[in-house]
Design a protein. Structure first.
Length: 410
């Protein structure tokens, strides 16, 4: 596209997602479960199929399908580099964000020991907490928690000076809460961490479908995300700053490469899944403008962000006006993703989700979504966590209205 779009082409967007044709109980399905995993864009599905139909192969072979696999992986890392504003050689793939974080934490732990400290956050998904806690326990390290303000649902950054100190080796924090949508001020946290020479590990899984994410701009050293949250297949992505990546000592087989990024990619990778990542990122690019691919991707994400925020205003206002709904959201001055966590008086969360799907064709999820520390702090873990509804660029204003109507019927 050569000029800035003056509207959001929702019909064109929806036509790219085959799953939207699904019906349940003769009703069109409204997928509001995006925070748990987005629907997959058609071009990504076709890329996976084409790779498998053309003949997949392992690496380093002296035959066409092996060379084609290597070229596909190289091209995918280049576009991920543009997506996250990192070098292609800093990008590694894995099963998922959790598995990659477990591997990275073990590799980093070889450099630390008793007397060293790490910092984790009370608002995070446990994938960016437990790997670090387990590493610290094994090594006798001290763990400090960056607390959440239970009223504002934001991290209490005024306590950074007491939580981060000269013994801190790593600070792990999520860019956005997958439960309540809070976008954390990672840049401020990272600035404090850098003052004491600490590494910053950022979980961007929930953030990347909704806002532009540039690793170096927010001060991250290790940035993790997953393609299945941004319209692609189930593949985890790690973007690790080169100087840190070079020093990393992952657990691996002895014949496996010692160079980056391959040394973190243990075993044979999910090549067909990796083939689907490039088209998923091109979905963003095709909605944007600019001279370079990086500019178009950034522009496309911003375009999506604007559209989703307009729908989010309508959904948020509607939820706040329902007397029996308790909405868990950050302070109004905080940035957030179009993600809403709530409960409904008189119903269990599961009952609400079942009735929404069976009676209205609306798919929303319930649970603690692995944000168990936050759920415990807010007391919702005793009743099964929250109901969560999240918006994606394929959602419509009509679906938001259906969602609010369905809640009113309860």
């Amino acid at each position: 596209m050569t000029q800035m779009l003056k509207y959001f082409p929702i019909n064109d967007v929806r036509n790219q997602f085959p799953a939207l044709n699904r019906k349940f109980h003769d009703r069109e399905v409204a997928y509001l479960d995006g925070p748990g995993g987005s629907q997959v864009v058609k071009s990504s599905i076709e890329a996976v199929r084409n790779y498998m139909e053309s003949g997949g192969a392992n690496l380093h072979g002296s035959f066409p399908s092996s060379r084609e696999t290597e070229e596909m992986i190289e091209e995918t890392k280049k576009i991920v580099g543009d997506f996250l504003d990192v070098k292609a050689k800093e990008v590694a793939f894995g099963a998922n964000m959790t598995t990659l974080t477990l591997a990275i934490s073990r590799a980093l732990g070889k450099q630390w020991g008793v007397g060293d400290e790490i910092v984790v956050s009370e608002i995070d998904h446990r994938a960016n907490v437990d790997p670090w806690l387990q590493m610290a326990e094994d090594l006798g390290m001290t763990v400090r928690w960056l607390p959440v303000d239970q009223q504002k649902l934001t991290l209490r950054l005024n306590e950074l000076d007491t939580v981060i100190n000269s013994h801190t080796k790593l600070v792990a924090v999520g860019l956005a809460s997958n439960a309540v949508g809070t976008i954390n001020d990672v840049a401020t946290i990272a600035k404090k961490a850098k003052e004491v020479g600490a590494i910053v590990a950022v979980d961007a899984v929930h953030a990347v479908p909704h806002i532009p994410v540039q690793r170096d701009q927010i001060g991250a050293d290790i940035l993790l995300c997953s393609a299945y949250k941004f319209f692609g297949p189930h593949v985890g992505i790690a973007a690790i700053r080169e100087q840190i990546f070079e020093r990393l000592e992952p657990y691996k087989l002895s014949p496996a490469p010692d160079y980056i990024p391959d040394k973190l990619e243990t075993g044979t990778q999910n090549h067909e899944g990796i083939a689907g990542i490039k088209p998923a990122i091109e979905f963003f690019e095709n909605l944007g403008t600019g001279v370079t691919r990086k500019e178009r991707i950034l522009s496309g994400i911003k375009h999506i962000e604007d559209y989703e925020n307009k729908l989010a205003i309508k959904m948020g206002d509607g939820l706040r006006n329902l007397a029996k709904v308790t909405l868990y959201e950050p302070d109004s001055v905080a940035r957030k993703t179009p993600t809403f966590a709530f409960t409904v008086e008189g119903y269990t969360n599961q009952e609400v989700c079942e009735r929404m799907s069976s009676e209205h064709g609306i798919f929303v999820a319930d649970g603690d979504f692995y944000a168990t520390t936050l759920a415990s702090k807010l007391g919702v873990n005793k009743t099964g966590g929250w109901i969560r509804a999240g918006l994606a660029p394929y959602n419509t204003e009509e679906e938001v209205e259906r969602f609010l109507y369905a809640l009113r019927q309860l």
